[in-house]
Design a protein around this ligand. Structure first.
Ligand SMILES: O=P(O)(O)OC[C@H]1O[C@H](OP(=O)(O)OP(=O)(O)O)[C@H](O)[C@@H]1O
Ligand SMILES: O=c1cc[nH]c(=O)[nH]1
Ligand SMILES: [Mg+2]
Length: 209
């Protein structure tokens, strides 16, 4: 079974409380969501492989460490996943970005795919799928399947808030995909929204409600 990790660094918890607050407006929500994504990526990339490199300092020659050039890509699930991309790119500016468009039918809660555009060498890359919300897990599972169908082999799912139902759904359907969240919340409510959650992430990011 895949790993599920809650990244509960104090800065992450503090910032998540800010965006949970219903009185936080679009500008601050956007800014802080990206900051949380950046902190999460800092934690998640602890296992990136390094290799030795010879470098000349002003004092002489030394062998030091450098990233071994593993290829990375960020894959936001549109729309709300876009709210995490800039944060990730702050730390990994050379990462490629692929997009998967997905919306959840409000009545059935089933996801619908409407757009896929990925880097051509997706099979060689380690992918960070980003989406603020993991609710039923339907959208994440459909995005993972869309990536696998196109050759992707290594991916992790990075979300701000996860519901237990969504974690289980992804672990059951995609046991090879590790999941990272800033928080594991209590449950889904009767409308399929995460409680206590932060509301509709896409609407709060883009000011559409
Ligand atoms: O786990 P699930 O039950 O599938 O729900 C989570 C999905 O719902 C939200 O997107 P939404 O469908 O609202 O689209 P949006 O990002 O365009 O607002 C969210 O950003 C996830 O993609
Ligand atoms: O709580 C939720 C669930 C799905 N999508 C959201 O934006 N929020
Ligand atoms: Mg939405």
């Amino acid at each position: 079974m895949s790993k599920f990790t809650v990244l509960n660094h104090p800065l992450i918890q503090h910032k998540l409380t800010i965006i949970r607050n219903k009185d936080t407006g679009t500008r601050v929500f956007r800014e802080v969501a990206n900051e949380i994504a950046e902190l999460m990526v800092y934690e998640i990339t602890r296992d990136l492989p390094l290799e030795d490199v010879t470098v000349q300092t002003p004092m002489g020659e030394t062998v030091q460490k450098t990233l071994s050039g593993k290829k990375l890509a960020v894959i936001p699930i549109l729309r709300a996943g876009l709210g995490m991309v800039d944060g990730v790119l702050q730390l990994i500016p050379a990462a490629k970005v692929g997009h998967i468009g997905m919306y959840r039918d409000e009545k059935t809660l089933k996801p619908h795919e409407y757009f896929v555009k990925l880097p051509s060498d997706i099979e060689q890359r380690e992918l960070f799928i980003v989406d603020p919300m993991l609710a039923t897990g339907g959208s994440a599972n459909m995005a993972i399947e869309a990536l696998k169908k196109r050759g992707a082999q290594h991916m992790r799912l990075v979300v701000l808030v996860a519901a237990p139902e969504g974690v289980k759904a992804v672990q059951d359907q995609n046991p090879d995909v590790d999941i990272y969240a800033a928080a594991l919340d209590e449950k889904l409510n009767e409308n399929g929204y995460i409680f206590p959650g932060l509301g509709d992430a896409g609407d709060r990011l883009f000011g559409t409600k």
